[in-house]
Write a protein that binds this ligand. Structure first.
Ligand code: ATP
Ligand code: MG
Length: 437
């Protein structure tokens, strides 16, 4: 509603309604308040207007024709605003799902192991459409949607963010700013009737707005299967409407190469077939194979090591044993295993009661200006001190090294989270699809 219009209504109310006479003194303050709040939130104005309407409603019986007309007008305006307010509120919520650059920059190429083909396919899927839209002016079309599927913890989310980051960097020279919206089913959930459909519409509206501002948008929808579940006989009307809204909105982008929709799932077999048709590019991310696991373990053991290098303190045989023993581990499981092993090493180190002063600091310790350092005492160290003495004297503890035995011990507790049945059903779906193509 226009500010001028509201000013007018307030003036009219004050002039015609005895109850409103009390606002004469506050009229300017009221308008000033509206001016400041108006730019911030339609909701504040709306709440104010609703209160005004309720006040007026109370004196309806004694109102004259003009006042009744005014009341009707106010009611209509607040109702209209109620929709606009809700829509704007939902859009605001969707805008908050845009990942800030700080959340993308942390992912480095060397941290993503063993999924080079998936990176290439994803990059092609996003970059071709967004970076070179003119290549699709000849009637050919880029992928409408991309589906990332694979067992939990295989790196789907990490991959999507990483590729968004590199495309974003690439786009810089063109003046376009890529926006990455990270959406989960919980972001669309609503307890109100029709709320989820409205949220879905708001999500796509925000993408449309971005494109108008020269901001190509990637909508990354995690766990897409939970909103777009395969049709069942018990499907409720609400679920059907939500799915229809989703598909309709997605179709609205058919000719807009500046919006790329990426869905991720651990259960592709549960996804609605109509959505699958629209997710034309499907990228499988498997559990890490042995070479990838070897590389992940080495990376976790020694910073900045290349996958072919030897790890200090480990024999090649020991590394091979760890690779073999982590066969069903996902990438996330391996990360958890190695983190837990390190925490166990810290706990073992801090439990021990004797420490000696280290004379030569490591490069890392020197880099952070740490000089007074102690490490665990062994039989060939004289002058060992207790933990309390070390702390009282202001020493820092040297970061412990994780050894083979600690990892083996930790493996008994940190088990693979993906079971063979889960993996088999994903692979079965994958094979069936590949045979149909
Ligand atoms: N290819 C990889 N290389 C190195 N680390 C990885 C890789 N994939 C996953 N990780 C590790 O696992 C963590 C979880 O990965 P991510 O969340 O991307 O998996 P996901 O497939 O999206 O899992 P979910 O299906 O549970 O959503 C990452 O933060 C990272 O530590
Ligand atoms: Mg994920």
């Amino acid at each position: 509603m226009e500010l001028k219009m509201m000013g007018l209504i307030i003036n009219l109310l004050i002039a015609t309604q005895p109850k409103w006479q009390r606002f004469i003194a506050e009229r300017q303050a009221l308008l000033d308040l509206l001016k400041t709040k108006f730019t911030h939130s339609g909701k504040t104005i709306l709440a104010l207007m609703r209160n005004l309407t309720l006040d007026l409603e109370e004196c309806k019986d004694s109102a004259n024709d003009k006042q009744v007309e005014l009341l009707t007008c106010m009611k209509k305006l607040t109702e209209e605003d109620s929709d606009i307010g809700e829509e704007e509120e939902l859009k605001e919520k969707m805008r908050s799902l845009v990942l800030p650059d700080s959340k993308l920059v942390g992912i480095k190429r060397e941290d993503i192991i063993g999924i080079d083909d998936a990176i290439r396919s994803m990059r092609e899927g996003i970059e071709y459409a967004i970076r070179y839209p003119y290549l699709f002016e000849n009637g050919h079309k880029p992928w409408k949607g991309i589906l990332l599927y694979g067992p939990p913890g295989s790196g789907k989310t990490m991959l999507a963010k990483y590729v968004a980051k590199i495309v974003k960097d690439d786009l810089q020279s063109t003046g376009k700013k890529l926006v990455f919206m990270n959406v989960t089913p919980a972001d669309l959930a609503s307890k109100y009737f029709g709320g989820t459909e409205k949220a879905i519409k708001a999500m796509f509206d925000v993408a449309r707005e971005n494109v108008k501002k020269n901001k190509p948008t990637v909508i990354f929808f995690d766990e897409v299967d939970s909103v777009m579940r395969r049709r069942t006989s018990q499907e409720t009307e609400t679920v059907r409407r939500v799915k229809t809204m989703f598909l309709t909105q997605l179709d609205g982008f058919e000719d807009n190469s500046q919006v790329v929709f990426i869905g991720a799932t651990n259960t592709p077999q549960d996804i609605d077939t109509a959505l699958l048709r629209r997710m034309e590019k499907q990228i499988f991310i498997d559990l890490p194979h042995s070479d990838a696991r070897k590389c992940m373990i080495k990376h976790a053991l020694q910073a900045n090591i290349s996958c072919s290098e030897h790890v200090d303190g480990f024999t090649d045989n020991q590394i091979d044993t760890l690779v073999k023993d982590t066969e069903m581990y996902s990438a996330a499981d391996i990360a958890t295993l190695m983190r837990s092993a390190y925490l166990t090493a810290i706990s073992d180190m801090l439990d021990d009661s004797n420490y000696y002063e280290v004379t030569t600091a490591t490069v890392e310790e020197r880099n952070v200006g740490r000089s007074r350092i102690v490490a665990l005492c062994s039989t060939n160290h004289a002058d060992c001190m207790t933990k309390k003495q070390a702390l009282d004297l202001g020493y820092s503890f040297r970061a412990p090294r994780v050894d083979f035995d600690i990892i083996k011990k930790t493996m008994q507790v940190v088990r693979p989270t993906v079971d063979s049945k889960t993996l088999a059903s994903i692979l079965e779906w994958k094979n069936a699809r590949e045979q149909n193509i």
